[in-house]
Each structure stands twice: as C-alpha cells, then as structure tokens.
Design a protein around this ligand. Sequence first.
Ligand code: SAH
Length: 469
Amino acid sequence: MKKNDTAAVKITDIGVNGEGIGKVDGYTLFIKDAVIGDTVEAKVMKAKKNYGYARLMKVLSPSPDRVTPRCEFARKCGGCQIQEMSYGRQLAFKEQKVRGNLERIGGFSKELLDRVMEPVLGMEEPFGYRNKAQFPFGTDKQGNPVTGFYAGRTHDIIPNTDCALGAPVNREILETILGFMKKYQIPSYDEKTGNGLIRHVLIRCGSATGEIMVCLVVNGEEIPHADALIDRLAEMPGMTSITLSPNTRRTNVIMGDSFKVLWGQGYITDYIGNIKYQISPLSFYQVNPVQTEKLYSLAMEYADLKGGETVWDLYCGIGTISLFLAQKAGKVYGVEIIPQAIDDARKNAEINGIENAEFFVGKAEEVLPRWYRENEGAEAGLRGEGSRTRADVIVVDPPRKGCDEALLDTIVKMQPEKVVYVSCDPATLARDLKVLCGKGYELEKVRAVDMFPMTVHVETVVLMSRKDK
Ligand code: SAH
C-alpha cells in the first residue's frame, strides 16, 4: 500500500500505544483510535516497506469493545489514548502488555506466568481520578485567553476546562481565571515570542481532605490586580493555598524553581491510608489517590513485614512507600536523587511521628553500593543477622528507564529475602527481572495496577524472593 490509499481493515490486535492493528493483504497498518474488533475504513498517511500508519476515517462495523467516549475531545487530546475502548478491555490490554513483555524480554515461560500473575487491579469508577492537573494557557484567533490540553504531540491548545479525568472543581477555577484575565486584559504567555504573562495553572486537590491548591505559573514576578482574582478563588469551598511560581525561562519545563504564597498556606494536606502528607506546588505526589493506596498496600502485602526487618526503599520520592512500610518494619532507608523530595520525606516522617525511617539524597546506584562497601569492611566476618550490609526487603520504584546494573548487583550482594519491584514500564521491568533471576532470585508474584485509566500506561508490582532462602 502507499500513501493516501484507503482500505477496509479488520482490527485484530492492539499496539503498545493503544492503536489498532490490522492487515490488508499481509501489509500491517497501525491505526490510532481503532479498537480491536472494529472494521474500519482507513487512509494510509505514512507507508513503509512492510507496515504503515493510517488514519481512521470511518468505523464500518464497531467492535463489541467500542464505547462512546465521555469526553468530546478524546480523539484529539494528547491526554487520553484509549477512551473509546471499554474499561474491561483496557484492563485486559494492560495485563497482556505486562505479560507479553515478561515473556519476550524477560524470557519467562507461559506456565510460570500463569502461576505468578494475579488479576489486574482496576478502578470501580475510571473517570475523575486525577488529583492534579497542569493547564497551559494560550490565546485563540479572536484574541481571547484559552486554556485546556495540548493536542497529541503538539503544543496546540484544545480549549477545554472540563477534563473527564480531572476533578470537577477544575472547571470553576479555570473559568474564574479566564474571566479575570478578560476583565483586566491580562495576556496568556506566548511560547513563540516569549511575551505575555500567564503560562500554566496547576490545580491539586487533596482527595481525603477536600483541600484545594491553585498555583499560577507566570512569566514575571507578579500578576496585576491579583487581589481581584484571589478574592474570587478564596471564596471557593476547600480553597487552602493560592500561590504564584515565576518562570521566565523559555523552556518546556512547566513550573518555576520557587513559589510565593498569595493567599492561605503554601501547601495542602492529604492522606494515603493513614499517612499524612504535606504537598507543596513543587512536590511530586502520585496523581491517582484511589489506586495509589491499592499500589502501596500491594507493595506492603508483598513485603510481608513482621516488625523487625531492615527495608530499603530505592527511588523513594517524598518517602511515600517508605513511610507506609515504616509502620511495620524495624528500619526503613529511603534513597532519592532530588534533594527537595528528601526534604519532604523527612518532614512527612516528622508530622506522622515516624522515627524509624532515614533518608539519603543521591543516585540509588551510587548510594547503595557505597553504603555496602563502607559497611562491608567494618563487618568482615559478621554476616547474617544484625549485619548492616544485609537487608530483609528491598523495594525499588524507578523511573521508566528502570534500574542501573550497578544497583542490581548491589541488591544481589545484600541478599534480601525479598525484592519488591514497582514499575511504570513493563519493558525495563522485564529486563531487570531477568538480571535478578540470573543471580539467585525467582519470580513469586506479578500484578498490574491501573493507575491511569483511559491511557496506555500501566504500573506493575512484582515480588521476587531468594531461591536459597
Ligand atoms: N516511590 C515514589 C516515587 C517514584 S517515582 C512514590 O511512589 O511516590 C521515581 C523517583 O525516582 C522520582 O522521585 C525520581 O526523582 C527518582 N529518581 C530518578 N532517578 C534516580 C536515581 N538514579 N536514583 C534515585 N532516585 C532517582
């Protein structure tokens, strides 16, 4: 097939980005927004030798798994990829994505995976789950300020203040800000020229507390007539923190380096389980609180702590998993590369009265090997119980690129009975599990958790144990 050809295609598979895959006379087409089971009319946009990318022109006969998307912008918007697929099918797709990677990249057998894979943990209500959103501001052709979401792979703003994945309160906040901007002629920032003022608005809601934070990211130090805006926002039930973060750099990075409080306090409070967290505009915090609690509870279940264990939580962020586990462990050490996150982790330990957690700033692949080397010398001959170089449980929760080999090597040397791997990328997960399994560990349990319904992302929690334990 060649560019601009059209054909009827039966969709028989799902690609890693949620796109439909079908064949026409042996030629494979990848078709965004086509659902497995559909027959669609597709137009080839880009043709390679053995495969091509086509655009969905018309659904000729819909799949039983095709549903009407809740959001009218679902196809254009870069936020969701699979809103037109039934939620049950989305979950099956994600579970299969994890399984497929473990088979292909990890080299694990079907029989083993049948035994160790537990059913994917989905949501009862897979919409309105996000506690955080960052809305870009721009200007429409008539010169009015607009806000919404970027269209897929672009910086074109689709005006929409009512995202189906976000908190309902976002809409009122954004409309209030847009109304204020019109009234006082405050311009949106323009990426192309570097002019204008309002760049982004960050909104966060504490799902357990109802507290709301609004942070205005501006190309400057202040907003003219800010009091008029603050008065309106502050009236909203739950409003707790209104801040301004100056960002005058010409960059894609959303937030500035600092923020100042315009009204209320500089943070909101939320709970995951019974642990309390203070969240500032610059802190990392999981965006789906309902699923985060399930994720951490699963990590806790896999760690199966009895009370006296030494636990390492690598890539600990603001110490969320560390503090969760500290409730049942003897001692928890957390390691994280971002110093401000460690400041938050220490503060969160303090406000929860947790005294058995200690945090280190640095790269996990440097901090852990160094700790091992330094303690190894001091303890030659003192292996086993009571040794500081041993760990009972090691938890890792790395970014998409997975763990460094140097880190995996040290984990193996520290001989933890259990390794709990929390992963946001099944491919690097499979690669790392293969390394650990080559060095004395075996796969015990694998469970996918759907942290991001309507998107192709999937989180996985894995339990590995030492073979000779
Ligand atoms: N466990 C936390 C955060 C996980 S996100 C939670 O559930 O909230 C992954 C974290 O790894 C991020 O906070 C990131 O800053 C950190 N990180 C990235 N590379 C790192 C490295 N080489 N060493 C330690 N931490 C790293």
